[in-house]
Design a protein. Sequence first.
Length: 75
Amino acid sequence: MYLGNSGPQDRISAFTGGNVRWQMAQCSGCVPGQIGTFIYKITAPGAGGYTEKFRPLAEHVTWMGGETTFTFSVK
């Protein structure tokens, strides 16, 4: 399981240093309904307002669920 940049899929983000996907850090053998953890670092590119969108996926299989949107204000 992975968490990927979305809106559009696999887009390059100024926050993520070129990474577009992160592997699940915890939850071996997850099945539907369980909770998994993703750990990733972001770096603010400069002052301003930003929107980042992420979506879970099964690598080489399918994108799943809806997007999660975060809005940042960097000062």
